[in-house]
Design a protein around this ligand. Structure first.
Ligand code: NDP
Length: 249
């Protein structure tokens, strides 16, 4: 039997835009209580208001930076007090600062490692005990860039390949403890992700993709996440690679 999402408590990092925002909407529509974590407080506050006023489920906005452990610990306290024990964690916050390796953008490499890898490790560490205390789902948002190397995406590739390995190690470590670990690997999705790319050529390459093929919408990934977390308990969707139909690699 499908797992009912009604009343489940989902923590979503990077809920202020794109895939995180769409996932919050999808889960709240099914009656889940959602904790919306992001740095842009005003964005998550207005989303929380909207979702709560729809009457589908409770939503709270929590200002949190995944590179700041204390802000994650404060978030965990608020979630527990205001929504109850979290049983879905969606590690979605991420940055994609593309540039050829030879440009040597070391600050951007470090930022991607901090957010896309250490951010996921720290967030999971903060919430894991509660997830293990009754079971749940951990969804890690990786990328097609975690499956193939892409020229111009070296450090981003490294974070997402690293995330895939870490995610599968975690899946094995929590076997038998009622926690499923799900890795989602989207191809190109229409979000704000490319806005922060400082290398003009790389940015232009990403922004011109929709001229070659129809890219995905954030809702396409949100519905895959909703599907994975609502599978019967015996089913673990360990990995989902979701490309736009026209994306060659
Ligand atoms: P967006 O830029 O729309 O969303 C990224 C989210 O991450 C924002 O909500 C942002 O919130 C949050 N974020 C960034 N840095 C931090 C931080 N230090 N602490 C907390 N939150 C942070 O892009 P997407 O929705 O596309 O990205 C979501 C995930 O999907 C990422 O992990 C990305 O790598 C992955 N992905 C995206 C693809 C795409 O084509 N769009 C393809 C494959 C994977 P705020 O700035 O408010 O903190």
């Amino acid at each position: 039997m499908e797992r009912d999402l009604n009343g489940r408590v989902a923590v979503i990092t990077g809920a202020s835009s794109g895939i995180g925002e769409a996932t919050a909407r999808a889960l709240a529509d099914r009656g889940a209580k959602v904790a919306l974590l992001a740095r842009r407080a005003e964005r998550v506050e207005s989303l929380a208001e909207e979702l709560s006023s729809n009457g589908a489920g409770n939503a709270i906005a929590v200002e949190a930076d995944v590179t700041d452990r204390e802000s994650l610990e404060r978030a965990a306290e608020r979630v527990r007090e205001e929504l109850g024990r979290p049983d879905i964690l969606i590690n979605n916050a991420g940055v994609m600062l593309l540039a050829p390796i030879e440009r040597g953008k070391t600050d951007e490499w470090r930022q991607m490692l901090d957010v896309n890898l250490m951010g996921v490790f720290e967030t999971t560490d903060v919430f894991l005990e509660q997830l293990l205390d009754g079971g749940g789902d951990i969804v890690n948002i990786s990328s097609v860039a975690g499956r193939i190397g892409i020229a111009g995406a070296g450090a981003y590739n490294a974070t997402k390949w690293g995330l895939n390995g870490w995610s599968d190690a975690l899946r094995q470590e929590v076997l038998g403890k009622d926690v499923r670990v799900i890795t989602i690997e989207p191809g190109a999705v229409n979000t704000e992700l490319a806005d922060h790319i400082s290398d003009e050529d790389a940015k232009q390459r990403v922004e011109s993709m929709p001229e070659s093929f129809d890219i995905l919408e954030a809702e396409d990934i949100a519905s895959a996440i909703e599907y994975a977390v609502s599978r019967p308990e015996r089913v673990q969707i360990s990995e989902l690679l979701i490309r736009p139909t026209g994306q060659p690699n």
